[in-house]
Design a protein around this ligand. Sequence first.
Ligand code: 13P
Length: 244
Amino acid sequence: MRRSVVAGNWKMYGSGSMIEGLVTALAASVATDACDVIVSPPFPYLSLVQQLAKGTGIGLAGQNCSAFEPGAHTGEVAAAMLADIGCQWVILGHSERRQAGETDSEVAAKAAAARQAGLQPILCVGETLEQRQSGDAVAVVTAQLEALVVDLAAGDMIAYEPVWAIGTGETATPEQAQEMHSEIRAFLAKHQPALAEDTRLLYGGSVKADNAAALFAEQDIDGGLVGGASLQADDFAAIVRAAP
Ligand code: 13P
């Protein structure tokens, strides 16, 4: 049985006061007994969130990490630093980073560094609208997975985030999402049979309070990676309640 997970990706949003209010409200409204609840603030606020969320059961993820060991890499954040500050997870290969030039092999190297530091990567894959319309969605996602599957480890999660559904208000239907999740699980079964059944697959792309339950009801959707709606405590708490 795979435990549900709802992760909030705050992207490059927030301020000290906004985040203080958000975490305080989440701590009062989110139940973490049946579901892993994770938030992923921008780096400068990780410590603040770690302190505010202490004892609530809300977990912490970085939004990225360096592929390198701590050293002379100005502007980078080492996976070990995220672990040190209380993160258990790190989001890697988000499409917004891939659009900025991050490659499959860089994502794989970052995932290796994350595991080395004791973090569990949330590995993002997903196709663009153009790729979906030309019938290449499965091939694109499979190619992204090829780079990641070799070193996949127990505890890693995969987030399917169709680029056309991110921040657009347009969600994949539960059927479309399930179809891709089932392709992803079949791919894992072929390449990492021991991990296929237990690896949690998250859907991301305009997950909202009113569509979460239908998405999470699908067999291979184990939870969500939520952007915009994770910045509103009421909305995020409702999405967590929708998780089985
Ligand atoms: P939205 O929920 O705002 O579409 O963002 C999804 C996402 O990118 C989560 O990582």
